[in-house]
Design a protein around this ligand. Structure first.
Ligand SMILES: *Cc1c(COP(=O)(O)O)cnc(C)c1O
Ligand code: SF4
Length: 340
């Protein structure tokens, strides 16, 4: 009789799913891994009770040992600061739900719609503006996309569909393939844009299965992949390989970052981020000011400082490596550009 080891990887299951299953979810494991004091533990547990900790081991490996202010750690470590209630900070700061035209379909701006394809992410970013989003009711995760495709089919002005979430690359290749097929049957859709942090936090996700799925998209679709890196230290050799594969699959690669206090609010950090992105073939797109979601105030950088940093970037970098500083102001027909 063959011996079956309980922990033996299931060959049917892609290795990125194993990496995700092995992600750190217990604050104590994170502190131990980084050789940090357990003094931080009670607060981390309190804040994680509201928005759980999730961080893949490969991302933790890029953090400095013994440094509680490491810029990658700050993005994922739950803190007591998150429990402070402050005026102006709310559960839905950008009014996503007012733009919902069908379950999980947000139509805010002309020419493009955004699908909340899943609530699952490879990492939980503490500043995430959708950390309180009601994914159970407002997502297309368990749907056949009938309502989404009916809505998009009925509006020929929609040229682009943005897959968002959560992280759309948390979906299986099969599910993504079916979604491409459904969107491919709508003649006026020309571009598919994927907003994902997986190539950064879980580069294993970019595997042969995903590349094959992307390759099977309708030939008429332009593919844009917008990744999310906030700091140069997030981009290592493994990430570079994943991004190279996406580029080979014909994707245009852009990055959006969030301006975060204690993470990337210095001239040096932002220059290094743009230069690292250039090395791996990614253009900086947006530098978002913080969306004022409840629990994120300690990450906020004031707008004057943001403008000062942008002036410094323009003085040091070629124009194509300077992101646009933008703010998502409810009620507008596009993001508000604070500095080009
Ligand atoms: C930010 C956003 C978009 C995309 O805006 P671009 O300026 O095209 O990047 C689209 N839909 C929604 C709901 C958004 O929040
Ligand atoms: S990956 Fe994106 S959607 Fe997910 S927690 Fe981070 S910022 Fe939010």
């Amino acid at each position: 009789m063959p011996v079956v080891l309980a922990h033996y990887p299931n060959p049917e299951r892609p290795s990125w799913q194993h990496a995700l299953a092995r992600a750190i979810r217990d604050p104590q494991d994170l502190l131990d891994e980084l050789e940090l004091s357990h003094e931080l533990l009670p607060a981390a547990r309190r804040a994680a009770a509201r928005f759980p900790l999730v961080v893949p081991r490969g991302f933790v490996a890029r953090m400095r040992r013994g440094d509680p202010s490491d810029p990658l750690l700050r993005q994922v470590l739950p803190l007591d600061d998150e429990l402070t209630e402050l005026p102006g900070f709310s559960p839905d700061p950008v009014h996503d739900l007012k733009a919902e035209v069908a379950p999980g379909v947000l139509h805010k701006y002309p020419g493009r719609v955004l699908l909340i394809t899943t609530g699952a992410c490879g990492v939980h970013c503490r500043y995430c503006f959708r950390r309180e989003f009601p994914y159970e009711t407002s997502s297309t995760e368990n749907s056949t996309w009938r309502e989404a495709t009916t809505y998009i089919s009925g509006d020929p002005s929609i040229r682009e569909v943005i897959l968002s979430g959560g992280d759309p690359l948390s979906l299986s290749d099969r599910r993504l393939g079916l979604l491409f097929e459904a969107l491919g049957s709508i003649p006026h859709v020309e571009r598919i844009r994927i907003h994902t942090r997986q190539p950064i936090v879980l580069p294993e996700r970019v595997d042969t299965g995903l590349i094959a799925t992307l390759g099977q998209r309708p030939p008429s679709f332009a593919l844009v992949v917008v990744i999310h890196a906030n700091h140069a230290q997030e981009i290592d050799e493994r990430v570079a390989i994943a991004l190279g594969q996406l580029r080979q699959a014909g994707a245009m690669l852009l990055n959006q970052a969030v301006l975060l206090r204690g993470v990337n609010d210095t001239e040096e950090a932002l220059v290094a981020l743009s230069e690292s992105l250039a090395r791996v073939g990614v253009l900086p797109y947006y530098l978002n000011v913080l969306d004022r979601v409840r629990g994120s105030a300690h990450f906020e950088v004031d707008e004057a400082r943001g403008l000062e940093l942008m002036a410094a970037l323009r003085a040091r970098l070629p124009g194509y490596l300077v992101p646009r500083l933008v703010s998502d102001r409810p009620g507008n027909s596009s993001k508000t550009i604070l500095s080009e």
